[in-house]
Design a protein around this ligand. Sequence first.
Ligand code: SAM
Length: 289
Amino acid sequence: MPEHWFTEADPFSPVNYRYAVTRVLHERRSAIQEIKVLEHSFFGRMLVLDDVVQLTERDEFLYHEMLAHVPMHSHAAPERVLVIGGGDGGTLRECLKHSPVKSATLVDIDPEVSEVSRQFFPRLAVSFADRRSALKPGDGAAFLRETREKFDVILVDAPDPVGPARTLTTPEFYRSAHAALNEGGVFAMQTESLHFHLEFIQHVQGTLRGIFPQVALYAAPLATYAGNWWTFSIAAKGDLSGEPVRPAHVPAVYYSADAHRKAFVPDAVVQSLARHYAPFPARYTPPAR
Ligand code: SAM
């Protein structure tokens, strides 16, 4: 019997997933957000921030592999990597699988997320112990504004663009990411669902196109993010071929050179969806809770 039902409060989703939780393993408000760890009979442990599911033990591989390996394999020699957000360590873990990586910096606004991950998600937090890793708590936008460091790949693993994550979806933020990238540098971020968040996706893609010479969209089928057809926006200072630029030999469950190639969403599809959705509301605004 479930201990209780957890209903997700996804800020922009017209559907709310409900989970039969067997145990609440952790529940505490940090200085930034409410952090929960729930146990589920099918998904295993689940990390929840402000009542939005961030990852589950069962299927976190899919999101973290696709956020990391497509941009990392779009760079010939990604030695210096920056992950903004991603305090659970999953994206960092995937980046560290790439042999060219010499340093991997993680900047998450809430150090408690990493502490919770160490305690409840050891398969993700293992990345923190890698000698190449450096955890620097803080706002990712402020970090990029102030840093003099340069990176080959910058990944933004942030939640929905609300609350503390708002600073990670401004033109200034994308410009500072561009400035912090070396020649040939690659930027990528999760950009929500093509089913529910097309307006946001087009806004990000359009803004990135005004800053980077090459911009594209790719997707992966994520079961535990409301909207499922989950996108990632990728931008490059150099070429963006849609192919891995070096052999794709990282150990992965879903990612492969073929999955890389087949993940890209043609712009014609995005344009056709936008035409179809034009008579419908651009975004869903949930009723006050
Ligand atoms: N994969 C999830 C998704 O797609 O929604 C994101 C998971 S990760 C846990 C999200 C992290 O972003 C959280 O740990 C949160 O503290 C962090 N975060 C939110 N706003 C941030 C900001 N402005 N700068 C750095 N990290 C931020």
